[in-house]
Design a protein around this ligand. Structure first.
Ligand code: PXL
Length: 269
C-alpha cells in the first residue's frame, strides 16, 4: 500500500482541509495520514464566519515524527499551516525525510473567512517551502501574493506570475484560474515547468458549492505523484478529478457546500 501524508488544518464542516485530503487519497487507492496544524470552525450564529485554533508546536512535531520517522510516506502535501512554527516544521520534515513528491498548496485565507492576511507568514512560506516543492498550487489570489503582481485576470498575467514563482525555486507551478477567470467559458488552469506552459482546461461547472476545491486539487496532484505519475500527468488527472467532484457538489446549509471527491467513481461505474 502506498502511503501519503497531509500536513493541513481540520475543517470541522468536513469539506476542506484534511477531510478533503483524506477522501481524495482514498479515491486514489492510497493510505492517507494527516498531521493536523489547526482546527477551523464556522459560526452558524454569525453568517458562518470562520475561526481557527492552531495546535501547539509540540503536538504538531509529535504527529510529524509519527508520520515521517515512524512510517514514511511516498508523497506529502501541505495545506493551511497558520503559524510560523507550522511552516518551519513542514520545512524541517520535508527536507530531513527527502520527500521529493511534495505539493505545496499555499493556502493564505479561506473563502469567506474575512481572516486577516498574514504577510509575514506568507513570506516565510514562500522562502522556506517553495524550494522544496515539486508543485505549488496557488489560486489567482495566492499567485498574486507569491509573485507580487496585482490583478491577475487573464492567461498572460498567469504566465508572468508562474515565471516569477518558478524563479523562487519550485520545480513546477500550477495556477488555478478555474472558473474565476473573467470572460472565459471554460475553467482554465496553467501549468509551467520552467520551460513550457500548458493550459489545462475543463468544462466550467456553475455551482456555488465549491468549498474545499483547492484542497482537493492539491491532494489529487500529490496522490498522482505518489502513484508514479509525472508532474504534468498528475495535474491533468487532478483536473478531471475536481471536475467530476464538482458535478456531484451539494449544499450543507445556506452558506456552504463541498464538491464530492467520490464523483469519479460514479463517472466510471
Ligand atoms: O479552502 C481552504 C481551507 C483549507 N484548510 C482548512 C480550511 C479551509 C477553508 O475553510 O478550513 C482547514
Amino acid at each position: 500500500m502506498t502511503k501519503i501524508a497531509a500536513i493541513a488544518g481540520s475543517d470541522a464542516s468536513g469539506g476542506a482541509g484534511l477531510a478533503a485530503d483524506l477522501k481524495t487519497f482514498e479515491e486514489y487507492g492510497l493510505y492517507g495520514m494527516a498531521a493536523v496544524t489547526l482546527v477551523a470552525v464556522m459560526d452558524p450564529d454569525n453568517n458562518w464566519s470562520h475561526a481557527v485554533f492552531p495546535l501547539g508546536e509540540d503536538v504538531l512535531r509529535a504527529q510529524l515524527e509519527t508520520i515521517f520517522k515512524g512510517i514514511g510516506p511516498a508523497a506529502a502535501k501541505s495545506g493551511m499551516l497558520g503559524t510560523d512554527y507550522a511552516v518551519e516544521l513542514t520545512r524541517e520534515y520535508i527536507s530531513a525525510y527527502k520527500i521529493k513528491n511534495y505539493v505545496l498548496d499555499p493556502v493564505m485565507v479561506c473563502k469567506g473567512a474575512g481572516e486577516a492576511l498574514n504577510l509575514e507568514l506568507n513570506a516565510a512560506l514562500a522562502a522556506k517551502l517553495l524550494p522544496l516543492a515539486e508543485i505549488v498550487t496557488p489560486n489567482l489570489f495566492e499567485a498574486e501574493q507569491l509573485s507580487g503582481m496585482k490583478n491577475i485576470t487573464a492567461i498572460e498575467g498567469m504566465k508572468e506570475a508562474a515565471k516569477i514563482i518558478f524563479d523562487k525555486g519550485v520545480r513546477h507551478v500550477f495556477i488555478k484560474g478555474g472558473a474565476k477567470l473573467p470572460g472565459q467559458d471554460r475553467a482554465l488552469d496553467l501549468f509551467y515547468d520552467g520551460k513550457d506552459f500548458e493550459i489545462i482546461e475543463a468544462e466550467k461547472i456553475s455551482t456555488s458549492w465549491n468549498h474545499g476545491a483547492g484542497c482537493t486539487v492539491s491532494a489529487a496532484i500529490a496522490a498522482g505523484l505518489a502513484r508514479g505519475l509525472s508532474a504534468p500527468e498528475a495535474v491533468r488527472l487532478a483536473k478531471q478529478f475536481i471536475t467530476l467532484s464538482f458535478q456531484g457538489s451539494f449544499p450543507l446549509n445556506q452558506w456552504v457546500g463541498p464538491g464530492n471527491p467520490s464523483g469519479w467513481r460514479r463517472a466510471f461505474a
